[in-house]
Write a protein that binds this ligand. Sequence first.
Ligand code: DGY
Length: 321
Amino acid sequence: MKQKVVITRMIPDAAKEMLKKEADIFMWHSGDEPMPRDILLQEVADAAAIFTNVADRIDKEVFDHASKLKVVSTMAVGFDNIDITEANKRKIPVGHTPGILTETTADLTFALLMATARRIVEGMDYIREGRWKSWGTMLMSGQDISGATIGIIGMGRIGEAVAKRARGFDMNVLYHNRNRRPEVEKRLEARYCSLEMLLKESDFVVLLSPSTPETYRMIGEKELNLMKPNAVFINTSRGTNVDEQALYQALASGKIWAAGLDVFENEPISPDHPLLTLQNVVVLPHIGSASIATRTQMAVMAAENILAGLSGRKLNHAVNP
Ligand code: DGY
C-alpha cells in the first residue's frame, strides 16, 4: 500500500505528479485556502509525510496526532513555523528549500527598496486618485539609491545577493551578522560593523535575519531611534523580528522616512492594519520568493525531500540531523 502524504495547500503540478507516482496524496485545496486546523489534525493521523509551507503551524499537537509520520517538508527556507525540538524527539527529519530562492528573494528585496525610496506606489495612487494636476518641483521626491549606504542585517545567502545588487548601484555596503564573513567583505566590498553603528550610518536598513528566539523583535523602539531621519527600513525576513507598534510610531512621527515590508508578525494582515494608514509604507503579501520558476522549483525540492524521507533516505536538505 502506498504511504500517505498530506499537502496543506495547492502545489504546482510538477511536484504533485512526482509525489503521486510514489504515494497517496491528500491535497487540501486546489487554491490557496489554508487547511483548517481540525482537518490537518485529522488527516495527519495516518500520514507518513506532511508537505507544508510558512503559513502552517507544525507544532507538538500536530506531531502528537501523527503517529506514523516519517518526514516533514516545508516549501521554504525558513522553518520557524515547525517545532524542530518535537521533530527531533521523534527522530523525524524536516526538509526545507535553501539556495533556490536566494536570487528571487534578493530581487524582491531590492524592488521593495526602490519602490519605497522612490515612492512608486504612492505615485501611482496619486494618479489613480486624480490628484495629478501639474508637474511639481518637489512632487513625489524620494531618496537616492545610488551612492547611498545600505546596512544589511543578516549576511547569509540572501544578504550576499542583496549586497551584490547594492554594489551594482554603487552603494556602500555595511553588514551585521552573527559571524564575520571576511570572504564576503573582500568580494563585495562590504564593511562589518556593530548593529548600533549600522543603524546609525545606513540610509537603507535591510533586515534578513532568520526568526529565532534571539531575533524576536530585534528591531524595536531603541533601534529605530538610532536610525537616520532619512532611513528606509526594509524587512523581507520574518515579521516577528520587528516590533510593529514601534515601527508604526517611528514612521508616523517621521523618526524614519519610510518602510517596505513583505512580512508581518501575524499574517495575513487585515486591510485595517495601522501600518496601512501610512503613506510612507509599501507592503506586500509575503511574496519574496514568488516567481513562477522559483516557487515551482521550491515545490519540487520539497517533494524530493518527502520522497527521500518516505524511503528512509537522507533528505537532500534537512534542517535537523
Ligand atoms: C521562505 O522561504 O522562508 C520564505 O519566507 C517563503 O517564501
